[in-house]
Design a protein around this ligand. Structure first.
Ligand code: IMP
Ligand code: MG
Length: 181
């Protein structure tokens, strides 16, 4: 069967929400706070793939604490809408037992993905777990979840760029944008 073509929204419909400079300034401030809070400790920074990877790469380069990295991959979105079900695609490579873990996510929407990760890390005996989220769609929350470090609060609109995709398009945009209907 011929695969269904995936729509790629054209550039004219893409409007900037957060500029590169604004994101850079915010990431530096978050990194400074995290570095202060974890001073003298060894930190494990977990990147939630794939969307969180650009934010993660920028953040860890600004951290002044000794850190190791790990990756976890989950899926909850189907196109532009949340499926309501979180699937673990690939788990951490190292055990989080006895470690201070910081989860780095691109965006919290319903809260289900972050909640799933928090539960899993607690079950595996992490010493402490905090969350660092670049974007928070506060009004879309379906389940309460703790955000310890937040970049920006954003409206309940589908956003792309700086790691975030629309059907695997536009992850490489250097800024964050919305798609106009
Ligand atoms: P949640 O489980 O509903 O909180 O959704 C979290 C995941 O869905 C995020 O890690 C993103 O990968 C994806 N997601 C949620 N909202 C958006 C969006 O506006 N643009 C791109 N991805 C999104
Ligand atoms: Mg994500």
């Amino acid at each position: 069967m011929t695969p269904r073509p995936i729509e790629k929204p054209d550039r004219a419909r893409i409007k900037t929400l957060l500029t590169k400079n604004k994101i850079n300034r915010r990431v530096s401030r978050l990194a400074a706070r995290i570095s202060r809070d974890y001073a003298g400790k060894k930190l494990t920074v977990v990147s939630v793939l794939k969307g969180g990877v650009v934010f993660f790469a920028d953040l860890i380069r600004r951290l002044e604490v000794d850190c190791s990295v790990d990756f976890i991959s989950l899926s909850s979105y189907d196109g532009k809408s949340s499926s309501g079900k979180v699937t673990l695609l690939s788990d951490l490579k190292e055990s989080p037992k006895g470690k201070h873990v910081l989860i780095v996510e691109d965006i919290v929407d319903s809260g289900r993905t972050l909640k799933y990760i928090l539960k899993s890390l607690a079950r595996k005996g992490a010493l402490s777990v905090r969350t660092c989220v670049l974007l928070d769609k506060v009004s879309a929350r379906k389940t309460p979840v703790r955000v310890d470090y937040r970049g920006f609060t954003v409206p309940d609109r589908y956003v792309i760029g700086y790691g975030l995709d629309y059907n695997e398009h536009y992850r490489g945009l250097p800024h964050i944008a919305v798609i106009e209907d």
